[in-house]
Design a protein around this ligand. Structure first.
Ligand SMILES: Nc1nc2c(ncn2[C@@H]2O[C@H](COP(=O)(O)OP(=O)(O)OP(=O)(O)O)[C@@H](O)[C@H]2O)c(=O)[nH]1
Ligand SMILES: [Mg+2]
Length: 289
């Protein structure tokens, strides 16, 4: 896929008459990861409403595109319940940016929402994962509940809930191992944590948040499918949105799975996390300032 953004490529399409307009449009939409259904819908309405390629047609096309993409996107603000313990269980395969996202979320809820946060190292599969979370806990001056490598992740979450209740914590953010061999494996691995959390917290105080890596394009859709089927995903955080031209995957996931989006990761620093907003997402995708 071209490194150039969807918006830039679409603008070029109007600027330079090349081979068949609709063929080229289809390629750009598909390569932009919007998914075949959305691409077909955009092409149909362009066929019906766009007559030429001058500036006016281009503006008309972009406003059509914007409203069609915008219709499919939903936002979940991840606001916490007051006066009760909340839990965000962070899901996602290795390397997508989970630990960084946990640190950013902890920073956000501590600084922007003045909440007392505890981290739970329920990725017990790798010692490095536990250590990495502990390092963030130190840097952010937050308590971390951990056990040794190989221990039961459900027990870590159980301990974290007990400790949080005893210490008037508002929010637990729990890391999990994201080994995605298949759905049965994932259900087994995450199902027990899910049961413990669901039995100890009221439903609206417990959220399952999937982190995807925007640079992986279609892979992110497959991951979302598997995790959603396995345990149900309440919202998605899109990490590494700053390093990709593949942002269309957000639209494909919204259309295929109907999952809302809560935050976008736009860099490696703690502050590089933005609440998901449909308008600014579309501005970035279509490169409108
Ligand atoms: N540019 C950019 N880099 C990011 C973002 N989020 C995470 N990263 C980087 O991606 C790499 C992997 O991030 P981690 O948070 O360690 O990912 P993980 O899913 O916890 O990975 P493992 O625990 O190793 O499986 C690190 O170098 C992060 O700095 C983001 O929003 N933008
Ligand atoms: Mg990690």
């Amino acid at each position: 896929m071209s490194r150039r953004s969807l918006g830039a490529r679409l603008r070029d399409l109007f600027g330079s008459p090349g081979r068949d307009f609709y063929e080229e449009l289809e390629d750009i939409l598909i390569e932009g990861d919007l998914g075949p259904a959305t691409a077909a819908r955009v092409i149909d309405s362009a066929r019906a409403e766009i007559r030429g390629r001058d500036g006016k047609d281009r503006e008309r096309f972009f406003s059509l595109l914007r409203s069609q993409l915008g219709e499919q996107l939903r936002r979940e603000s991840l606001e916490l319940l007051e006066d009760t313990l909340n839990l965000i269980l962070v899901l996602g395969v290795n390397g997508v940016g989970k630990t960084t996202t946990i640190a950013k979320l902890a920073h956000f809820f501590t600084k922007q929402r003045q909440r007392r946060v505890l981290l739970a190292a329920a990725d017990t599969f790798r010692a490095a994962a536990i250590d990495q979370l502990a390092v963030w806990g130190q840097r952010l001056a937050l308590p971390v509940v951990r056990q040794e490598r190989g221990s039961d992740p459900g027990a870590v979450v159980f301990d974290a809930i007990s400790s949080a209740l005893a210490n008037r914590i508002d929010l637990i953010i729990a890391d999990t191992a994201g080994r995605m061999h298949n759905k049965a494996h994932l259900v087994k691995e995450l199902g027990k944590i899910d049961k413990i959390a669901a039995s100890r917290l009221p439903a609206p105080a417990y959220k399952k948040v999937l982190v995807i890596d925007a640079t992986t394009g279609q892979n992110a859709l497959r991951q979302a499918e598997v995790f959603h089927e396995a345990v149900g995903v309440d919202s998605i955080v899109v990490a590494k949105y700053d390093s990709t031209a593949k942002g269309g995957i957000v639209v494909a996931i919204a259309r295929e799975l109907g999952i809302p989006f809560s935050f976008i990761g736009v860099g490696e620093k703690l502050e590089d996390l933005e609440p998901f907003d449909t308008e600014s997402y579309l501005n970035r995708l279509l490169e409108v300032q």
